[in-house]
Design a protein around this ligand. Structure first.
Ligand code: NAG
Ligand code: NAG
Length: 396
């Protein structure tokens, strides 16, 4: 049975937000054909990003299969938008990633960058070659390296000059094979930059007057309910995509976007003994928790089992009916219940369509990573000025 899905076709629209007078970059995702990165592979990628490879309990994680096919109902959503670079603009599909700080795209001199869009600095009248070498190693043996350039960035109708950009000259196969995106647009703080940024791209936009406040608002829609749409706004928030008031949590440290997780409530019972650092990561798919917490959550899901071959499996029917399962995270001083249906991911085996991967998975290291599986429930606001993250229930 053919069930491969994947390539995201992207439409980008400019919207002048009447409430905030900011520019919105609308990102639409559509399903197409192509290989898809499985839940176990996504876990490995995220662990590598946070230097947690090898921190997972060995007996609990078996070999991962790089690519699996999946059915449309459980299409994976990697939130991709267009960033254009140079004059005239050259377009790239990028992941807007609060879990990293650098911007990188493939260079036309790349020796190994797969079938992606390539940037040609000679075709841009605003490019300034810097040729500073950089390398990003993800720890799972995937890596990307290259040189730097400075050029103008266009995001929707925003344009700002002199952004340092990493030009990839060599990528390892896991990156060349990613058919969804050309590169990464990092939104974290400069202290974790590998290309020598002294401020985040959002701060540069603000300093150069392209946006009125150094804030990013993110809406991640659901595949079926919202047709896979999402929206990212630089310079403000879009009140049409959340209900109620934003609840803000101060960030614990300026590096990644990290805040304090003060509780995990599962069916009315508190599971967390000591507060944890929680990383809010638009560039990761899953929710990753210390094993004891992940086990408490799956403990209230009838039929959940753990497999060495890729983690927790849960009945796919939870997607339709999750009555009696309540999961809530306490971030700062606020409670954020999640929609349990959001944790049901792709079918594991086409011959047994009743079991799906769980979007909650586990790793040691004593931290929590809240990726898109959490962010689908909450509109999120990354506020560089006040060093805080805001959340409010998201709305299509
Ligand atoms: C996935 O789908 C592709 C294209 O239909 C097929 O060639 C491949 O064998 C499938 N892989 C699996 C593991 O089913
Ligand atoms: C970063 O460097 C740019 C260019 O040299 C400079 O204009 C800007 O003020 C610096 N930003 C910070 C936060 O130091």
């Amino acid at each position: 049975m053919k069930t491969s899905l994947g390539t995201l076709a992207i439409i980008i629209l400019l919207v002048l937000d009447p409430f905030q007078q900011t520019f919105a970059v609308n990102i639409q995702l559509q399903q197409g054909q192509g290989p898809y990165v499985s839940t176990p592979a996504r876990l490995q990628r995220t662990l590598a990003k946070y230097g947690l490879r090898g921190k997972q309990t060995i007996s609990r994680l078996g070999p991962t299969k790089g690519v699996v096919n999946m059915t449309s109902a459980f299409i994976d959503v990697e939130y991709i938008g267009i960033a254009s670079i140079g004059t005239p603009p050259q377009q790239f599909r990028v992941s807007f990633d609060t879990g990293s700080a650098d911007i990188w795209i493939p260079d036309n001199q790349c020796i190994r960058c797969g079938l992606h869009n390539f940037y040609d600095p000679l075709q841009s009248s605003t490019a300034t070659q810097e040729n500073k070498k950089w390398i990003i190693k993800y720890g799972d043996r995937s890596a990307v390296e290259g040189v730097t350039v400075k050029d103008t960035i266009h995001l929707g109708d925003i344009r700002y000059p002199s952004q340092r950009i990493g030009l990839a000259r060599n990528e390892t196969p896991t990156l060349t094979k990613d058919s969804f995106l050309d590169g990464i647009f990092g939104l974290a703080f400069p202290s974790i930059s590998r290309t020598g940024l002294n401020e985040s791209a959002v701060q540069t936009m603000y300093r150069t007057g392209a946006i009125k406040s150094p804030v990013v608002g993110v809406w991640m829609g659901r595949t079926v309910a919202d047709n896979g749409a999402g929206e990212l706004i630089f310079g403000g928030v879009n009140p049409n995509h959340f209900s109620g008031r934003l609840k803000y949590i101060p960030i614990a440290k300026k590096g990644y976007w990290q805040i304090l997780m003060n509780g995990v409530n599962v069916n009315g019972k508190e599971q967390l003994e000591d507060p944890l650092q929680a990383y809010i990561d638009t560039g990761s798919t899953l929710i990753i928790l210390p094993p004891a917490l992940s086990q408490s959550i799956h403990g209230v899901i009838p039929g959940a089992t753990y497999s060495r071959d890729g983690g927790w499996r849960i009945p796919c029917k939870i997607k339709q009916d999750s009555k009696g399962i309540d999961i809530s995270f306490r971030l700062g001083n606020h409670n954020f219940p999640i929609k349990v249906s959001d944790i049901v991911r792709e079918i594991i085996d086409e011959n047994n369509p009743s079991l799906c991967y769980s979007g909650v998975t586990e790793a040691g290291g004593g931290i929590a990573i809240l990726g898109d599986t959490f962010l689908k429930s909450y509109y999120s606001v990354f506020d560089f000025e006040k060093s805080r993250i805001g959340f409010a229930p998201s709305k299509s």
